[in-house]
Design a protein around this ligand. Structure first.
Ligand code: NAD
Length: 268
């Protein structure tokens, strides 16, 4: 199958890291499905990536809602007939530590970052397995094509006190990635995660204007700079490609060396 016939869904694909992944996979030759709650940005990006030539599609989707996710799959099948790659990326944050995090904020973050990842991954996995069975594909062939990429974080391993819900979901995503990889390996679907460090998106905009906060991030980042969304998209491109055909169940940390740093600094 030509790479131009392959189809990728990117959740949260309208902004930030997801937008960079949508652009990069489109450049790689994928037809891209941008799934997001931000309709305006999503439609604009789909236009840029060739919606008119049936190379891109925007679908309004709230990943935390099962019916909305079912609709995403239905729209994808109707437009492009198949799915080869998922970048499971839509994520949110909510400030709060164990003393003050509200139940509503805990549920909201769990709903998008954990249940949302599960709902999309489950629908996509079922579709991929059906395709593999229908085509009678040999596992060797399938392994080189089907790839699910979960957007984790360094916070899967390193904790922030006032981001309890976010850290909990990212830790869970690393384990979900391994469990999914084991279940889907016999079918030939690879499942991996990316763990970004501090990347220049809306989430970091507040910090960009705050010198003290920026200094704190730099003191913990050996490469001494914030990452660019394109540098995460490049990892997604690799994991989606045949070059990654023997990699499954892994998390690749793209964090400027942060996870390797082994000394402590004050938390305030
Ligand atoms: P962002 O806020 O720039 O983009 C997130 C996108 O997800 C937006 O387009 C938003 O509309 C969409 N979205 C939010 N809720 C949604 C929902 N319920 N359904 C569908 N789409 C929804 O954030 P980002 O920084 O690009 O983060 C993307 C992913 O990368 C997240 O999973 C985040 O945890 C992870 N990450 C980011 C960083 C960073 O420094 N920026 C670091 C580590 C991990």
């Amino acid at each position: 199958m030509a790479s131009s016939d392959r189809v990728a869904i990117i959740t949260g694909g309208a902004n930030g890291i997801g937008k960079a992944c949508s652009r990069r996979l489109s450049e790689d030759g994928f037809k891209v499905v941008i799934a997001d709650v931000d309709k305006e940005s999503g439609l604009e990006l789909a236009d840029e990536l060739g919606a008119a030539k049936e190379r891109a599609l925007f679908v309004t989707c709230d990943v935390s809602d099962r019916l909305s996710v079912s609709n995403l799959l239905a729209e994808t099948r109707s437009a492009f007939e198949r799915i080869d790659v998922l970048v499971n990326n839509a994520g949110i944050v909510a400030k709060g530590d164990i003393l003050d995090l509200s139940e509503a904020d805990f549920d909201r973050v769990m709903g998008v970052n954990l249940k949302g990842f599960f709902l999309v991954a489950r629908e996509v996995s079922r579709q991929m397995v059906d395709q593999i069975k229908e085509a009678g594909e040999r596992h060797d062939d399938a392994r080189r094509r089907y790839s699910i990429i979960n957007m984790s974080s360094v916070n899967a391993v390193m904790a922030i006190p006032d981001q309890l819900a976010y850290c909990a979901t990212k830790g869970a995503i690393d384990q979900m990635t391994k469990s999914m990889a084991l279940a889907l390996a016999p079918h030939g679907v690879r499942v991996n995660a990316i763990g970004p460090g501090s990347i220049n998106t809306d989430v970091l905009k507040a910090v960009n204007d705050d010198k003290a906060a920026m200094d704190k991030i730099m003191s913990r980042t050996p490469l001494q700079r914030i990452g660019d969304p394109d540098e995460i998209a490049a990892v997604a491109s690799f994991l989606a490609s045949r070059d990654a055909s023997y990699i499954t169940g892994s998390t690749i940390y793209a964090d400027g060396g942060r996870m390797a740093l082994n000394y402590t600094v004050p938390i305030d």
